[in-house]
Design a binder for this molecule. Sequence first.
Ligand code: NAD
Ligand code: IPM
Ligand code: MN
Length: 347
Amino acid sequence: MKSYSIALIPGDGIGHDVTAAAWAVLETAAQHAGFALTATQFPWSCKFYKETGRMMPEGGIETLRGFDAILLGAVGWPAEVPDSVSLHGLLLPIRKAFVQYANIRPHRLLPGVRGPLRAENFDILCIRENTEGEYSGAGGRVHQGTADEVAVETSIFTRAGVERILRFGFEQARARRGKLASVTKSNAQKYSMVFWDEITRKLAAEYSDVAVTSYHVDALAARMIMAPESLDVVVASNLFGDILTDIGAAIQGGLGYAASANINPDRSAPSMFEPVHGSAPDIAHLGIANPIAAIWSCAMMLDHLGEKAAAGRVIKALEATTARGIGTIAGKDRTEAITATVIAALT
Ligand code: NAD
Ligand code: IPM
Ligand code: MN
């Protein structure tokens, strides 16, 4: 029997609830499809940081490298550990170390879920650059705490990094409806973003079957609200993609529905699957976190592992669940009830 080893990092807050739910769905999907999944759980989190002074042990990255995939819940407990410490100690290093340069985030309404827009028939796939750009971590502070203090944080855009994410976007567009929106802010940022636009034009010549349009990020943000049906694949830098995908989450009903896959397309290291949302301290411990985003992320994991039929069945089970009105209104159904309905719909 085929078997996959998964590293499970629940992290903080509702990360625990949603990964437990998603794992239960994964196990059932594997049973039905006839493959095996084993989970190795790691307690790396803000709690772990309070106990050990680190978000993950030294060598944590090397420990993860041997797995077929990583399932992560959420990282961050700002009341006790600054976000700048927790995220730079766990989530962001994994994305970079494993060259998970393509962060894929689908935005569409599941049946029965009401978004805030009149538009209902949008189906957007955001591709976010995930290893460089505004998240490069290059910078520093001098004269700290004085009136002369200076803080510098430099975005780094490399030809290799921009070209590979754009190419990935073109490929996704080619496999979908053939439309690509490339997002920059080249009217204001005249080096990095002009560079991105130039590479977009260069690749457009190679992908003549894809209709590519360059948008400024402010205009694209408005378009996601005003005319989301006009968009197919959207490709953006790390920070722009982060912000646009929270808009994507909002128009698909909320963060409880927004899935994401941090993909290493070369398969030289494991990819990581996680919902877009965070640890939700305001609802942690209440048992009402929506597990749909995490479960959808696991469908993306199955797809990446090559278990396409099982991935499709998990998506169908999610659709059957929301079509019955389960998990469609924030706080109405408990995490366990939504999970049980998804599992029942799988059989
Ligand atoms: P958040 O996503 O945790 O919560 C924002 C709002 O959405 C809250 O009102 C929350 O209750 C709601 N929400 C989020 N997920 C939900 C779900 N599954 N079901 C129902 N409601 C849900 O964002 P935040 O409050 O800005 O951040 C909290 C912590 O999480 C911070 O430490 C932040 O840095 C971190 N964070 C981590 C990740 C990640 O690990 N990928 C992502 C975003 C934020
Ligand atoms: C996300 C999150 C992270 C990001 C944070 C928690 C660092 O917002 O995955 O969207 O900005 O990438
Ligand atoms: Mn985000």
